[in-house]
Design a protein around this ligand. Structure first.
Ligand SMILES: Nc1ncnc2c1ncn2[C@@H]1O[C@H](COP(=O)(O)OP(=O)(O)OP(=O)(O)O)[C@@H](O)[C@H]1O
Ligand SMILES: [Mg+2]
Length: 113
C-alpha cells in the first residue's frame, strides 16, 4: 500500500478529481495548504494571490491506494494538474503500513477502497 500526496494549484483541483474518477480512484482527502517550491513563491504570484509572506495557496490531495493503482493514480493527477508552467506541483509517494476501515474493522488492501 502507498500514500500518494500531491500538492497542486487550487485551480486544477476540479480537473484532477475528474481524471481520478475516470480511472476509478474515488476516495480522496483534500486540504488547503500554504507552500512554495524552488522559486520561493516569487514567479508564481500571477497564478494566485500571495497568502502569507511568500507562501502561496496550494491544494494537497492525499490518496491511499493499493500498489497496483499507484501509476494509474499518478498519471491521472499529472493529466489534471499539468500546464507546463512553474508551480504545477509535486507528487510524493510514501510507504503505507496499514489502513483500517473503522466501521467494519477491515484492514489492509480491502479497507483502502
Ligand atoms: N521538496 C519539497 N518538500 C515539500 N514541499 C514541496 C517540495 N517541493 C514542492 N513542494 C510543495 O509543492 C508545491 C508546488 O511545488 P512546485 O511545483 O513549485 O515545485 P518546484 O520544485 O518549484 O517545481 P517548478 O520548477 O516546476 O515550479 C510547493 O508550493 C510546495 O508546497
Ligand atoms: Mg516552483
Amino acid at each position: 500500500m502507498k500514500m500518494i500526496v500531491a500538492i497542486i494549484q487550487p485551480s486544477r483541483l476540479d480537473d484532477v478529481k475528474e481524471e481520478l474518477y475516470k480511472v476509478d480512484v474515488n476516495l480522496i482527502t483534500v486540504s488547503e495548504v500554504l507552500g512554495h517550491g524552488r522559486q520561493k513563491g516569487v514567479t508564481e504570484v500571477y497564478r494566485g494571490a500571495k497568502e502569507m509572506g511568500n507562501l502561496l495557496r496550494k491544494v494537497r490531495i492525499d490518496i491511499a491506494v493499493n500498489d497496483n493503482f499507484v501509476e494509474t493514480a499518478v498519471k491521472a493527477i499529472v493529466k489534471g494538474a499539468k500546464t507546463g508552467e512553474t508551480g504545477d506541483g509535486k507528487i510524493f509517494i510514501l510507504a503505507l503500513d496499514q489502513c483500517i476501515r473503522i466501521r467494519t474493522e477491515e484492514r489492509g488492501g480491502i479497507a483502502i477502497g
